[in-house]
Design a protein around this ligand. Structure first.
Ligand code: MBD
Ligand code: FE
Length: 290
């Protein structure tokens, strides 16, 4: 199946997925409330610190007017393409995540990225994410448990799973894919156990035809992320865990454009006699600190 057929003839553009991600962010995160909640002393400190780093770069590397204008034009294009969520999540979020989760004793997490949508259809503790008839990709069965750091299974824990399809496209952000395709929530019982059925996603290239793609091409970088499953794992009284799981042997596990791979997040799947893949991987959540 070609990508065009897959998208029902519609073309996936950077600007369309970028603008959809921008809208999603404004809907889910109340970003303007966060702006108002940041005290002026903190804004002053952080804004000055970032600007100092920019001045240092200009002086150190003798930045020219041509280079300054190229930057200005590029920043304008990032906005036009709606690619601020993509740019920030690919090149900045990993350090924010590192600082935010440094104190944790439970499972490692990583960045959320731009394509989460809350309230995916709930499948109980055991089930399949919604998918199309004949969804392409190797069938994946994923079992595990969610516990607290003391080993107690977490009754009422929730796993939200979302990932790209076999062509690297996410529902809600690429055209021609049914809403909620390859997105599901799983609510666990007293044993904290789950069994999830989905397909193994493909390696993923961030959109190359927008402003982020221009930066990548101009700098001689590549646009790839390794194949990954996104999750948010939550439970009453515990810190929300946002993570991604990767597959062993993916050539981009060592050079993810988003710097979001950690060795603890690489699955150890076992191929089954029937050609499907099965993996056992659970989560340990940190209790909310007193
Ligand atoms: C993705 O699918 C993703 O996970 C990240 C972090 C950035 C761009 C696309
Ligand atoms: Fe992703």
């Amino acid at each position: 199946m070609t990508i065009d057929q897959h998208l029902n003839g519609e073309v996936a553009t950077a600007a369309a997925s970028g603008n959809a991600a921008t809208e999603r962010f404004a809907t889910d995160k109340s970003p303007y409330a966060a702006v108002q909640d940041t005290p002026p002393e903190r804004v002053d400190l952080l804004a000055r610190s970032v600007l100092e780093a920019v001045y240092d770069t200009i002086r150190k590397h003798q930045v020219t007017y041509d280079e300054y204008n190229a930057l200005k034009a590029w920043l304008i294009q990032v906005g036009k393409d709606g690619e601020w969520p993509l740019f920030l999540d690919v090149w900045v979020e990993h350090v924010v995540e590192e600082v935010a989760t440094d104190h944790r004793e439970g499972s490692k997490g990583t960045i959320e990225g731009p394509y989460y949508v809350p309230d995916a259809p709930d499948q109980g503790a055991k089930g399949s994410v919604p998918m199309r008839d004949g969804e392409q990709g190797t069938a994946l069965t994923w079992v595990g448990t969610v516990t607290s750091t003391d080993g107690t299974p977490l009754d009422g824990a929730k796993i939200e799973l979302w990932h790209a399809d076999n062509d690297g496209f996410y529902s809600h952000f690429a055209p021609g894919i049914p809403d909620w395709n390859l997105r599901g929530s799983f609510t666990l019982g007293a044993d904290g156990a789950f069994e999830i059925h989905t397909i193994q996603p493909a390696p993923y290239q961030i959109p190359t035809d927008g402003a982020c793609g221009k930066l990548i091409a101009a700098a001689g970088w590549h646009a790839w992320r390794p194949a990954h499953l996104h999750v948010k794992v939550s439970a009453p009284g515990h810190e929300l865990l946002t993570a991604q799981l990767y597959f062993p042997g993916d050539e981009h596990n060592d050079d993810d454009i988003a710097s979001a791979v950690k060795p603890e997040l690489v699955l150890a799947p076992g191929p089954q006699a029937d050609g499907t893949v099965r993996v056992d991987y659970g989560f340990v959540l940190d209790p909310v600190r007193a």
